[in-house]
Design a protein around this ligand. Structure first.
Ligand code: SAH
Length: 338
């Protein structure tokens, strides 16, 4: 709840509205109702019986031996589970969170979508992932957030926007919106609406192809919206927010990794305030798609650089702990099925 909503809910319970500020600040520290020591015992009990204070718990943690990246399997109150990844960079801890249980977008290379979308997460369940990660950081707190775990944020629009407003609230976790990235496979109408929200987060667009023919082979959403419409929506985002857009491009052998693809991509993005993030594909064993060699990445990057398109290769982290979207959840679900 936003503070105003909390005030109203408390008034409806016959409580004083100023309690809303106290409760809001406790909840955003990840406290349980029973620990809210400046409330009367009676109120603490009442809240505990009517509300939910901790919607997410860590069920399993895997720590990468290579780089210390932590992969969490979180459990939700209805028995579903989701994933998050905590990466330690020199500029601060970065947490990747999920926005849905599963995903219905059907991208061919992605493990999250293999069993479809079970349900949307609530804003509270997104906040819960941040609180859980903070408990593992001894003193430090999550500094950057990327909405790049399982799920399509623009397909859970209202709860994602609520989460962004709450997580950046000065009385709450107060994480700067400029430290948050929202990634989408390109739901054009929602992207345009999102540009109008006045939330200066970084928008990442999962492009993965330089033209519609290739994009349609790997991303069903490309049948719904053309690259042209999608890039137009990105330009609108840049215009409204003044923020550059990041294009995600996973290199897939024999599909989108030829230097000619880089040329075509460069011509599409010319003059745009953007950055291209080349992602080495994480092979998902259920899919028959494979990544490329370091030499192929270099060649692709060279073309973009020659064409003056800002681009980098994303560092891989947590490769030894099923770091990529949906991989750990799938593995655990398979192990649990007889
Ligand atoms: N639904 C959103 C956010 C979740 S996916 C989106 O599509 O952007 C986060 C990023 O990981 C996306 O860019 C997605 O295309 C990419 N991704 C998914 N599976 C991958 C894989 N196997 N290897 C590399 N990147 C992958």
């Amino acid at each position: 709840m936003y503070p105003e909503e909390l005030k109203k809910a408390l008034a409806d319970m016959g409580e004083k509205p100023f309690r809303a500020g106290q409760i809001f600040s406790w909840l955003h520290k990840g406290a349980k109702f029973s620990d809210m020591t400046n409330l009367s015992l009676a109120l603490r009990d009442k809240l505990a019986s009517e509300g939910v204070d901790q919607p997410v718990a860590i069920r399993e943690t895997r720590v990468s031996q290579i780089d210390g990246t932590k992969k969490f399997l979180f459990s939700l109150l209805d028995g579903n589970c989701i994933e998050g990844v905590l990466m330690r960079y020199h500029y601060g801890a970065t947490l990747c969170i999920s926005t849905q249980v599963g995903c219905k977008m059907g991208c061919r290379f992605c493990a999250s979508t293999l069993d479809g979308c079970v349900r949307n997460l609530t804003a509270a369940e997104m906040l819960g992932q941040v609180h859980c990660a903070n408990t593992t950081l001894d003193g430090e707190t999550v500094h950057n957030i990327v909405l790049m775990g399982s799920g399509e944020p623009m397909d859970n629009y209202d709860e994602v926007v609520r989460f962004l407003r709450l997580v950046s609230h000065p009385e709450g976790l107060n994480i700067g919106l400029r430290h948050i990235s929202v990634s989408t496979c390109g739901l054009v109408p929602q992207m345009r609406k999102f540009a109008d929200e006045g939330l200066p987060v970084t928008l990442s667009l999962s492009l993965h192809a330089p033209n519609d023919t290739i994009r349609r082979q790997i991303m069903p959403i490309a049948h719904r919206y053309t690259i042209e419409e999608t890039i137009d929506a990105c330009c609108y985002y840049i215009e409204k927010t003044g923020r550059r857009v990041v294009f995600e491009y996973a290199l897939i052998d024999g599909v989108n990794a030829e230097p000619a693809c880089a040329e075509e991509l460069a011509s599409k993005l010319r003059g745009m305030q953007c950055h291209v993030n080349l992602i080495p594909l994480n092979t998902v064993k259920e899919r028959n798609l494979f990544g490329v060699t370091e030499k192929q990445v270099r060649a692709f990057l060279d073309v973009l650089e020659k064409r003056h398109i800002s681009a980098t290769r994303r560092r891989e982290m947590g490769d030894d702990i099923e770091g990529a979207c949906g991989q750990l959840r799938n593995k655990v679900m398979q192990e649990e099925q007889p």
